[in-house]
Design a protein around this ligand. Structure first.
Ligand code: SAM
Length: 283
């Protein structure tokens, strides 16, 4: 029996049994594996790192879309950086947005996801509001003149092509592309193992944005407990939640989810004490 052994953390590995191998190949950017696992359903891994699974993708995609979109309340234009599996795009398009632009560096991730992961991307790639651009997200941010109400960084971890998406100049470029009241949200790693990622983003956000912070959710296959989602804006404060407004917006949205709801939204903003101290100390 073959296994995918994720070695994201040198002293701690995670092994997934490959029950049926669907794709195993190298693109111009990375090793791409798609396979079936008896518990997780289909799994996408890039350079041996688990990106998404049918079984738990909803937690991650719902939290990085509905939280900023519901907090904003009048989103028309969304930008996704990364997101090649299409799960984020599908969740965004459940809202009455006018456009959803997705900039993914590896076209093979998109084509393989369309072919093998329809339960994750649905019909998102065929939605007339979707604009899928194959290219580097950092270059797009430097060159684009478009403005977005929500920018979602749905990138792999800061190794390889995604490393540029965790730098202050990238966040500053995102800020320049936000509409007034717009908000940036980021995939910011599992706090227990990748706290340096959280602190690094905090130091960058602190230098670029007026308001910023993190919210949290446990995504089972991002092993190690709660994942941190960074948020940053010059006007919108994700901690200032008007529960009546949030409940009303969510009821009006009429979206069926498996994880997100207004209670989860509010609870996700709670920051563990030790991390709170380190963020306040700015270390
Ligand atoms: N949920 C995953 C996680 O939390 O790690 C992310 C999933 S998604 C598949 C990550 C995508 O980011 C990949 O398809 C990868 O090709 C893309 N990516 C990495 N670096 C990028 C860059 N500089 N510009 C655009 N897309 C990038």
């Amino acid at each position: 029996m073959k296994w995918l052994v994720e070695e994201l953390y040198a002293p701690i590995h995670q092994a997934l049994r490959i029950d049926v191998s669907i794709h195993h190949g190298r693109s111009d950017f990375q090793q791409i594996d798609i396979f079936e696992n008896a518990v997780l359903g289909k799994v996408l891994a890039l350079d041996g790192v688990i990106q998404t699974t049918e079984r738990d993708e909803h937690v991650y995609h719902e939290m990085l879309t509905h939280v900023p979109i519901m907090a904003h309340g009048a989103v028309k234009h969304v930008l996704i950086i990364g997101g090649g599996d299409g799960g984020m795009l599908e969740e965004v398009l459940k809202h009455p947005v006018e456009s959803a632009t997705m900039v993914e560096i590896d076209g093979e991730v998109v084509s393989l996801s369309r072919q093998h992961l329809p339960s994750i991307c649905g019909q998102a790639f065929d939605d007339p509001r979707a604009d899928v651009i194959i290219g580097d997200g950092a270059a797009f941010m430097r060159e684009s003149d478009k403005r977005f109400d929500v920018i979602i960084v749905d990138s792999s971890d800061p190794i390889g092509p995604a490393e540029v998406l965790f730098r202050q100049e990238f966040y500053a470029a995102c800020r320049a592309r936000l509409t007034p009241g717009g908000v940036l949200v980021t995939q910011n790693g599992v706090v227990f193992y990748q706290q340096d990622e959280v602190l690094g983003t905090h130091r960058c956000f602190r230098n670029v944005f007026q308001k910023h912070g993190f919210y949290f959710a446990a995504v089972p296959m991002y092993v190690g407990g709660n994942m941190a989602f960074g948020w940053a804006s010059d006007a919108l404060d994700l901690l200032a939640i008007d529960r009546d407004a949030l409940n009303g917006r969510w009821e009006k949205a009429g979206i069926t989810t498996d994880y997100y709801n207004p209670d989860i939204h509010a609870a996700s903003m709670a920051c563990p004490s030790a991390l709170k101290r380190r963020l306040e100390q700015g270390v």
